[in-house]
Design a protein around this ligand. Structure first.
Ligand SMILES: Nc1ncnc2c1ncn2[C@@H]1O[C@H](COP(=O)(O)OP(=O)(O)O)[C@@H](O)[C@H]1O
Ligand SMILES: [Mg+2]
Length: 239
């Protein structure tokens, strides 16, 4: 589903990502783990076509993102970091607006909005202003907009960031429900997050891929591995 080949991204002198290569198969739920500044958001922006790589290429379903953007975009649902929402719109108007941006036909819009709103549990706040919603509902709404159009691939950048413990559990449960039909890549700097949600983890550190691990095959605790990788006590990249 996703093939990242020798990808680097530079912002002037800053090497945000250096020579990253990995593949994600259809149906996998993969966590991007790394400390702040590791390059997680940059990698997700490359995968969603927000900007092109400085070197290398990103293929989605075998197609180069830079060459056939709009066709591929429809396959991707994206919840960006910090979940930017239009705070002065009602939740319903916001979803209608996103549906139009995504080119969902007027005829099917209502059903599409209803479906994702039900999935994410935001129907009860349809007529409320987005800016007045709790952080938990705002995050659900962010997920609902990502799900509009029924994309095969979900890219979620720190989906539980800023939520309280109850909201975190609700968001995790929601992600669990969505996983059966989709490929999901989510980023986090919290270890327990990947352990609870993902079957595979890619660890990024200082713009480099430090590890690619199937969680079920890990005998040592992920915490030990993570600390060693971040402290550069080990160089591992295995799967
Ligand atoms: N648009 C940008 N311009 C300049 N530097 C950036 C930009 N986006 C990210 N960076 C830098 O790239 C590095 C990786 O950032 P980021 O991808 O946001 O990491 P993470 O999401 O893992 O916290 C950081 O050093 C950050 O300051
Ligand atoms: Mg980030």
């Amino acid at each position: 589903m996703i093939s990242v080949q020798n990808v680097s991204k530079f912002f002037g002198p800053i090497k945000a990502l250096q020579n990253i290569t990995f593949e994600i198969k259809r149906g996998e739920v993969v966590g991007f783990l790394g400390p702040n500044g590791a390059g997680k958001t940059t990698m997700m922006r490359l995968i969603t076509g927000f900007f092109p790589p400085s070197e290398g290429q990103v293929l989605i379903d075998g197609k180069d993102l830079c060459k056939s953007k709009s066709e591929i975009r429809r396959k991707i649902g994206y919840l960006p970091e910090n979940n930017p929402l239009y705070r002065d719109m009602t939740a319903k108007d916001f979803l209608s607006y996103v549906a139009q941006l995504k080119g969902i036909s007027f005829r099917t819009q209502k059903t599409a909005i209803q479906k994702t709103a039900e999935q994410c549990g935001v129907e009860s706040v349809f007529n409320r202003l987005v800016g007045k919603l709790s952080k938990g509902y705002q995050q659900r709404l962010g997920l609902a907009q990502a799900l509009l159009g029924d994309p095969e691939l979900l890219i979620l950048d720190e989906p539980t960031n800023g939520l309280d413990p109850k909201q975190i559990v609700e968001m995790r449960n929601l992600i669990q429900l969505l996983r059966h039909e989709r490929t999901i890549l989510l980023s986090t700097h919290i270890l327990s997050e990947v352990q609870m949600t993902c079957e595979r983890v890619l660890i990024l550190n200082e713009g480099k891929m430090a590890a690619d691990l199937e969680l079920k095959s890990i005998e040592a605790s992920l915490e030990d591995i993570f600390l060693k990788v971040v402290n550069k006590e080990v160089e591992l990249c295995q799967k």
